[in-house]
Design a protein around this ligand. Structure first.
Ligand SMILES: NC(=O)c1ccc[n+]([C@@H]2O[C@H](COP(=O)([O-])OP(=O)(O)OC[C@H]3O[C@@H](n4cnc5c(N)ncnc54)[C@H](OP(=O)(O)O)[C@@H]3O)[C@@H](O)[C@H]2O)c1
Length: 323
């Protein structure tokens, strides 16, 4: 019997329960896949609690999950680029998450238009790919926007988290010099082991940040102002999230130093960008240049536990729901 995590109101993790569901009809351009892993992302928590509400008046019952990896079981009559048995990843671009026009990744079976998936090489470990997933796509796109040269110093905030952790691994793989930040001193060793050239422990942000060529920031408010101050003249800053809040204070003098502010959201990711970025990530993974983050698996029925762990920042690595 197909199952899905559903919530019927915004609220604490306990609003997430597993329900039996029936499979939706398969459209001519759709693919259906059996889910092998559905990563938990902080954005799922923001949507669940209502701090980032769904863009629909009555979105319930709502199935969270911005992404999923699995094996295709059915394809619509007009689908040519995807076959039964293919391993695929989707990021529900414009369909799941806050759009909620399709149920999200926390399900046993996901149905999406074929253009919304990237076919993965059969040999790839589905959990390794899921542990990189949307976080690594975000980090990759943000590093592209920072346009750094080999050995440039890049400050990566939230480096113990999904996006920051993927950015740290990618920065190393691409030959940059990553400086990782964390709010917890006990994370320092783990971040050094991951390849951080230096770790900034943000007890006293102002004193801790060294001069850098670029900043990749999923944290936002708590680190924005000192991050801009740490940028060398002409340096680039890319915001990809606001885990600590979205109110940013910028001094006009910093713009006159030529610093460049930009940002990226996977809300703008289309099928073509998904496929090209996944090709790049898989190539780095298969060459050994990129290592996947550690992950913990939980059954779909434990979605609420996974949300509690991420909320308490009590986990290390990625959390994957497995049907
Ligand atoms: N732009 C996009 O397309 C995109 C894609 C994915 C995620 N995001 C956004 O990026 C942000 C991070 O997502 P994620 O999935 O990487 O989250 P995550 O796994 O929870 O990681 C966030 C990290 O930020 C650090 N942090 C510092 N201050 C924090 C605070 N006040 N609250 C929470 N964490 C804090 C934590 O590291 P320490 O405990 O070591 O300090 C934590 O590990 C979220 O806002 C999310 O919505 C955006």
């Amino acid at each position: 019997m197909p199952v899905a995590v559903q919530m019927t109101s915004y609220g604490p993790p306990a609003v997430l329960t597993v329900q039996d569901v029936s499979l939706p009809p398969l459209g001519a351009t759709d693919v259906r896949f059996r889910v092998e892993a559905a990563p938990v992302n902080r954005a799922d928590l923001e949507i669940r609690s209502g701090t980032w509400p769904v863009h629909r008046d009555d979105p319930f019952p709502y199935t969270p999950g911005l992404e999923a990896v699995g094996v295709v079981t059915e394809t619509g009559d007009a689908v040519e680029a995807v076959d039964r048995g293919d391993r695929v990843i989707t990021m529900m671009q414009g369909l799941g998450g806050v759009h909620a026009t399709y149920p999200g990744g926390y399900q046993s079976h996901v149905t999406v238009p074929a253009d919304h998936v990237a076919v993965l090489p059969g040999a790839v470990d589905p959990r390794a790919i899921a542990s990189l997933g949307l976080a690594a796509v975000t980090a990759h796109q943000a590093l592209d926007r920072l346009a750094l040269a080999a050995a440039d110093r890049v400050l990566i905030h939230g480096a113990t988290g999904g996006v920051g952790g993927a950015a740290l691994r990618l920065a190393r793989a691409l030959g940059l010099t990553p400086i990782a930040s964390t709010t917890r001193a006990d994370n320092e060793e783990v971040l050094r082991d991951l390849g951080a050239d230096r770790v900034a422990v943000l007890e006293d942000v102002e004193d801790d940040l060294p001069p850098v060529d670029g900043v990749l920031d999923p944290v936002g408010q708590a680190v924005f102002t000192p991050s801009i101050a740490a940028l060398d003249d002409g340096g680039r800053y890319c915001l990809v999230g606001a885990a600590s809040g979205a109110d940013l204070a910028l001094s006009a003098w910093d713009l006159m130093r030529g610093v460049v502010l930009t940002g990226y959201s996977t809300e703008t990711l289309d099928g073509s960008a998904l496929r090209s970025t996944m090709r790049r990530l898989v190539a780095l993974l298969q060459s050994g240049a990129l290592t996947p983050p550690p992950y913990e698996t939980l059954p779909l029925a434990e979605a609420a536990t996974a949300h509690r762990q991420m909320e308490a920042r009590a986990h290390r690595g990625r959390l994957l729901l497995v049907p």
